[in-house]
Design a protein around this ligand. Structure first.
Ligand SMILES: [Zn+2]
Ligand SMILES: [Zn+2]
Length: 343
C-alpha cells in the first residue's frame, strides 16, 4: 500500500509499505479521506512536544471496513466508519474513571502510532463510529476536530447566558464556536489576525469578530461592553503567549480559561492576575466517546456546517504539495482534506 511518512522536519515522503493485518479485536479500514490537523503541522515542523519523527500521520479520517480481525462482532465489511484515534490502556486510574482521553499511557493514531494518511489502517473495533448515509467523507473526517471543540466547551460548563471569548479562528476555535452555538450560547466574541477567518466566524455565528492585529482586545471590551474585564469564559485555541495574555486580561473575576491550543514553546503569563481574580485554568485534551458522538450528530443534523472550514483538497499522491500549501498559506489555511481514494 501507499503511505505518507514524515521522516524529518518538513520532509514528507510517499512510500510503499505492507498492508497492516488486523489482530484480535481490530478491523482494517480502507481509508477514503483524512484531514490534516494543526498537530500534524506542528509535527511537520518537528515542533510538536509529544510527537517523535518518523511518523505516518493522520487521525481525522473516514474509511470503509475492509477486513475483520478475530473476535470482532457487530461490524461488517463495507461499513463506512470513523474512529476515535486515542489508544488507551484501560487500566490506569484515569481510564477507570472514564477519562481515558488523559490515560497515563495514552497513544494517538497518527501521533505515536501509524495514522490514516495511508491506503489502509488498522484500528480497535471498540473505537469505531458509524458514518450515517448522507454524510460526506469530508464531513465524517471533521467529526474528530469538532469533537475537540465539543469537549472543550463541555469542560467550560457554559450556559446560554455565558459571555464567551474564543481566541483563534482556526479549526479548533471555529469548532469550539460551533459547539458553543449548539449549546445555546449567543454572546460570543472571537479573535484572530486574518480577516477571512473572522468573516467565516461571523458567518458561523460569532456575535463579534475582533482583528487583534489591528484592535487591542481590552480597548474593544471597553468600547463594546463598557468594561475591560468582560468575559465569563475564554477558550485559548492558538497556543501562543499573546492569546493567553488577552484571555487573562479580559476575563471577569472568577472567570474560567480553557486551554485548547497546543503550545510549541513555554509562555510567560501573569499568574498574579489568575490568583487575584480567582480565575480557573482548565486544560482540555481530545475528547471521549460521548463528545465524539455529539460531534457526529451535530454534523448529521446540519447544525454544524463543518464543510465551510475546508480550504484545500489534495489526493494522497500530492501530500508533499499539500503540506507546502499549508506551510505557505498558513494564514489562509483552515482545514485541508487529503482524499486517499478518488472521490
Ligand atoms: Zn486533530
Ligand atoms: Zn489508561
Amino acid at each position: 500500500m501507499l503511505r505518507a511518512n514524515l521522516i524529518a522536519p518538513t520532509r514528507v515522503v510517499l512510500e510503499e509499505a505492507p498492508e497492516p493485518t488486523p489482530g484480535p479485536g481490530e478491523v482494517r479500514l480502507r481509508i477514503e479521506t483524512c484531514g490534516v490537523c494543526g498537530s500534524d503541522i506542528h509535527a511537520y515542523y518537528g515542533e510538536h512536544p509529544f510527537i517523535d519523527l518518523p511518523v505516518q500521520p493522520g487521525h481525522e479520517f473516514v474509511g470503509e471496513i475492509d477486513a475483520l480481525g478475530p473476535g470482532v462482532a457487530g461490524w461488517s465489511v463495507g461499513q463506512r466508519v470513523t474512529a476515535e484515534p486515542s489508544l488507551v490502556c484501560g487500566e490506569c486510574a484515569q481510564c477507570r474513571a472514564g477519562r481515558y482521553n488523559i490515560c497515563e499511557r495514552l497513544r494517538v493514531i497518527g501521533c505515536q502510532s501509524d495514522g490514516a494518511l495511508a491506503e489502509y489502517l488498522v484500528v480497535p473495533a471498540a473505537k469505531l463510529v458509524e458514518i450515517p448515509d448522507g454524510m460526506t467523507n469530508e464531513q465524517g473526517a471533521m467529526i474528530e476536530p469538532l469533537a475537540v471543540g465539543v469537549h472543550a466547551m463541555r469542560l467550560a460548563a457554559l450556559t446560554p447566558a455565558t459571555r464567551l471569548l474564543i481566541l483563534g479562528a482556526g479549526t479548533i476555535g471555529l469548532t469550539a464556536l460551533l459547539a458553543a452555538r449548539a449549546q445555546g450560547v449567543t454572546d460570543i466574541t472571537i479573535t484572530d489576525t486574518v480577516p477571512a477567518k473572522l468573516d467565516l466566524a461571523r458567518e458561523l455565528g460569532a456575535k463579534h469578530a475582533v482583528n487583534v492585529g489591528a484592535t487591542d482586545l481590552a480597548d474593544f471590551c471597553r468600547a463594546t461592553f463598557g468594561a475591560e474585564r468582560a468575559f465569563d469564559v475564554a477558550a485559548e485555541c492558538v497556543g501562543v503567549e499573546a492569546t493567553v495574555r488577552d484571555a487573562i486580561n479580559t476575563l471577569k473575576k472568577g472567570g474560567a480559561l480553557v486551554i485548547v491550543g497546543v503550545f510549541g514553546h513555554e509562555v510567560k503569563v501573569n499568574l498574579g492576575l489568575v490568583q487575584d481574580r480567582e480565575l480557573r485554568l482548565i486544560g482540555s485534551l481530545m475528547y471521549t466517546m460521548d463528545d465524539f458522538l455529539t460531534a457526529r450528530n451535530l454534523i448529521a443534523s446540519g447544525r454544524a456546517p463543518v464543510t465551510k472550514l475546508i480550504t484545500g483538497r489534495y489526493p494522497l499522491g500530492q501530500i508533499g504539495a499539500a503540506m507546502q500549501f499549508i506551510d505557505q498559506q498558513r494564514a489562509h489555511n483552515i482545514k485541508t482534506m487529503i482524499h486517499i481514494r478518488p472521490q
